[in-house]
Design a binder for this molecule. Sequence first.
Ligand code: PEP
Ligand code: MG
Length: 568
Amino acid sequence: MTYQGVGASGGIGIGRVVRIVQADLDYSGVSFAGSEAEKERFQRAVEAFCAKTQEMAESMKTRVGEKEAEILSGQIMMLSDPFLQSQVEEAIDSGLCAEAAVDQVCGNFIEMFSSTGDELMGQRATDVGDIRTRMLELLLGVSTMRAAEAPAGSVLVAADFTPSMTVGIDKEKIAGIATEIGGKTSHSAILARALGIPAVLGVPNISKLLQDGQSVIVDGSKGIVLAEFDEHTLAEYEHLQQKEREAKRQLDAYRDCPTQDASGNRFAVYANIGKPEDAQAALEYGAEGIGLFRTEFLFMDRTSLPDEEEQYKAYIAVAETMAGKEVIIRTLDIGGDKDLPYLHLEKEENPFLGHRAIRYCLSNPEVFSVQLRALLRAGALHKNLKIMLPLITGVEEIRAAKELIETCKRQLQKEGAAYDADIPVGIMIETPAAARIADLLAKEADFFSIGTNDLTQYTLAVDRGNAKVEGLYTAFHPAVLRNIRDTITAAKQAGIPVGMCGEAAADKKLIPLLLAWGLDEFSVSPAAVLATRKTISEWSAQKSLATAQGAMELSTASEIESSLESST
Ligand code: PEP
Ligand code: MG
């Protein structure tokens, strides 16, 4: 059986299905067994909850940190609170089964905590929500498999992989990923690529079609998932997997050499990262710098905002790992498909066009300035950090952000704290508006980085995460290419550096165009650094210019893509 989806992270994964599906928490079939019996069931579930949570807290303490572990211990305290317990018992006395009583009481608490609008209370609401789900699972005897708990050799299958689910994944254990939702540049796809895990997204109903424990092959290059295959197919795929490993070994020759084209012109290949630990992998893969640190991942998988000290530690860790190499840190880019439940962001009709990224940060200066202060302080050590602002559409946004940066500098000065007074402030060009006024923006920004993932989505009005319109999502569209070309030209004219941190920077077919236009820095996922450097080395200046010229004379994405296909 072959299931077709979108190949979102290349490579072949062979393993057993582990479905990540929220267990059914419907308790309408549970009947009331009398007050005493229900109270006893409730108490047994409380005991099991506390024991399991204690275990999780201990593992969290060693794996992640003390602070995160405290959040879990806090949940034990909340559930053991005599007031909450008496409320549940009262609800049981009124004739509700334990499930209904827990649901009702937790629901009341959530409503009370969220109605205050206070951030701390909002976090409590998130915690009670988590307690309710896990208590209902215990009472109903069902469990939800969590991605971080999957055993070695697992192929994770889910309706969707939210970025926060992907964060807990141990890449050594996960052979592949298959989901129902998501496209090539959705954040789950980017994370899968960063982890080097083969992934096929957007396969209709895949989490219902496959069973736990079933053997499957994920072919991330072709975008297919195979189940119930014969010995011959398995042998073929094992052979392909072997060849892939061999090709990876051959790329090693490009690890320690400079990035240059066949004519000797110098370029740079940087890496995109999501966690401080990824910087080490980036170095091992031969990255010459970090072109995009997506800091929003520091804010995910937790129940409150990281404070200045925690952020400072994360940024300084990357600055130190990269030891003098350039590190571009993007400020908080939430909204769109990246939610932070504890912030209780308002649900929006069109989140990708809504109150996200720089817009959120500028209207929440108390959140933004914590990050800016941490960045300014971390920049003081090696002077190798740069601040990058996401989703810029106009000059006012850069000015407002820079004003806040100046205010933070003045505060730090007063406090006698060390900071980088000259930290460069650049912007992402990821909206058509920014590309169109790149000349104006270049007067205000110290550098550009082209975010083709969003630039393609916004230029073509195609949701980057929607498999239904995947066919329309292409960076080869002449409108997207013109936006890229004009942005690079504007940067060159203004004399500021220009990089690209969208996924297109690693596209073998697009690289000659980017070389011809003079892109300075290609920032790609760590696993793609060597292949990108190799491709760059294969193009002479003359050949890339001719290729770019030829491509830009064509009128459609498919004509351009096939012309580039045949010249590579
Ligand atoms: C982009 O939009 O191209 C980009 C690099 O940012 P993100 O994928 O995080 O939106
Ligand atoms: Mg973006």
